[in-house]
Write a protein that binds this ligand. Sequence first.
Ligand code: JDK
Length: 229
Amino acid sequence: MRIDVVSIFPTIFDALEVSLLGKARQTGLLDVRVHDLRTYTHDRHRTVDDTPYGGGAGMVMKPEPWGLALDDIAGGADPRPVIVFPSPAGERFTQATARELSQASHLVFGCGRYEGIDERVFDYAAGLGEVRLLSLGDYVLNGGEVAVMAMIEAIGRLIPGVVGNPESLVEESHEDGLLEYPSFTKPAVWREREVPPVLLSGNHGAVATWRREQQLERTRQRRPDLLAD
Ligand code: JDK
């Protein structure tokens, strides 16, 4: 999978070099390229923002650098990429979204800053690819970068070969809409706290039943919204 990221803080994405995704990049499973939006400016101050029409607090990202960046990165790409802009006003990014996007061969992520990007950029981008405005959750970050890091991690680990143990993906892929069951490892007693005895019983049926009960109980307590239907 090819991933392009456009940002005014490209070094934030240095963190993708480490761990799981770093290995996938080395083996060529993931080809991530990060672009500095300021390289698409032409003025001496490399300006990417301006005051909002209609007034209001803060600054808005100017459309011109975005137009040049998108032409360069997404223009004429075959197949047309999926172009993602994280936004607090976007659709919710979920595990289902991650699965969908993991099927794409080319993703372009546009990271806004300030109060966001001139709205016309999204319309322009729709002429170059399939545009998705996506929100990580109902809180406001300072820009799109941290959201894009989370999305790349969630998408990247679904690409075959990126996660070491494919069984852990099979288990997740049940997508039963419940919270996961609790996990334990050795020692069997730690600081007077015991591992639930059923997990030491060797009775695989009893373990499966207990785990399902735990999933249901935790979901009822912590995420009743998931049980609504
Ligand atoms: C991308 C900039 C910061 C966005 C409020 C401004 C007029 C009010 C600051 N899930 C999630 N949370 N946050 C983001 C995200 C924030 C971003 C950008 C993604 C780009 N910001 C920002 C909006 C406001 N808003 C315009 C109405 C303030 C994604």
